[in-house]
Design a protein around this ligand. Sequence first.
Ligand code: MN
Ligand code: MN
Length: 466
Amino acid sequence: MCEQAQAETLKEELFKNSKNGYFRAQSDDIDGAYDFCEGYAAFLNANKTERLFAKGAVALAQQHGFVAFEKGKVYQPGDKIYVLHRNKAVLLCVLGSDPVVNGVQIAAAHIDSPRLDLKPNPVYESGELAYFKTHYYGGIKKYQWTAMPLALYGVVVKADGSQVEVRLGDQPGDPRFVITDLLPHLGVEQSKRTLGEGIKGEELNILIGSRPFNDSKASETVKLQILQLLNEKYGITEADFTSAELELVPAYDVCDIGFDRSMIGGYGHDDRVCAYPALMAALHTEHPKKTILTVLTDKEEIGSEGNTGLQSAYMKNFIYDLAAMQGAAGYTALSHSMCLSADVNAAFDPTFPDVFEKNNAAVLNGGVVITKYTGSRGKSGTSDASAEYMGFIRKMLLDHHVVWQTGELGKVDAGGGGTVAMYIANLDVDTIDLGVPVLSMHAPFEVVAKLDVYMAYRAFCAFFDI
Ligand code: MN
Ligand code: MN
């Protein structure tokens, strides 16, 4: 063998294989990816908020034989149970043939996404136009949310305690809402602002009407007209907004991106692009050895706080209940459990290469991303998975021919971010981040690659097949 060929052979053996995922995937993976993403796109279009996603997930689970968990009831291996937690989070569990105390395989993704929430006193009139005041939820670039159609979703609890659901702007013919921006002709001063201040928090005002009520002498007649319409349609008054959770999200559907249709653009990939594959993997798991649990959680985007976020005890309590059902200690079950914290990572963006360190950045079509640690400033705010657990997951992915890559969120000290991983690791569970790389993360229109979405699903299936 000539020296050059010898070097090539040795490189093949010793260098890491970081070829594009299309060259590492098996023959039926590409068609599988395109097919899988049809279902994903449809589910995303129908479920643009955490409440809708939770409800949609439960409906699908019921179709797949899952029944509502009853505390105190004894379940058998193979039984499928779910918990709808406060309408905003879901637990989907299939009992394993091994006892629960041997550990639970947990896949945890979040179903809340950055958005605009209405303030408790949102309605006002200015310049004979009616508006909603908003308070943004999660990390957004505020300027990205102007001049595009928005839909309104949520619930209002009325003074008598009854509840009304609001869903307006996602059906053909529905009216939509918008935040107006300044025309460039008069934007001389605005364009001197920093990008972060281009649109300020108190400028995220939603235009909701312009037609005055039929009495020109009264003041605030446009607002009055809107409140009358809301009263007719939903039976609510201005005071009812105080006990409401109403969210504005982009009104448009997801769509294929690129001539090759290899990507999907749309709102809320973070983190429904992991939640949907984790949901599907749970629905498709029959008679597992270990008990499997998909957790679809809320509030990750604001720090996993609150009783629907993973800093609360709801997931832990459920595992304690399962262990108690078999006469075992919950903490022992947790200490033997494994978790894939299923969240997105940033994909390398060739237009903005400076913030990435190329050897350690995830790329689109590189497969599902494993992130050993997140956090910022010297690994602060992360659980940092062990070499042993990383090695276990690596072997699992190799054994199942899942296309995967590693990814670190940007250059050291370029910024950072966190996931639910550390809150689950804090329960003494082996935890690592595994998810889908995203371009334009947290924008109202994010981009993912179909192959990566499918590889996330394949990874969760492998994890549930331990
Ligand atoms: Mn996320
Ligand atoms: Mn996020």
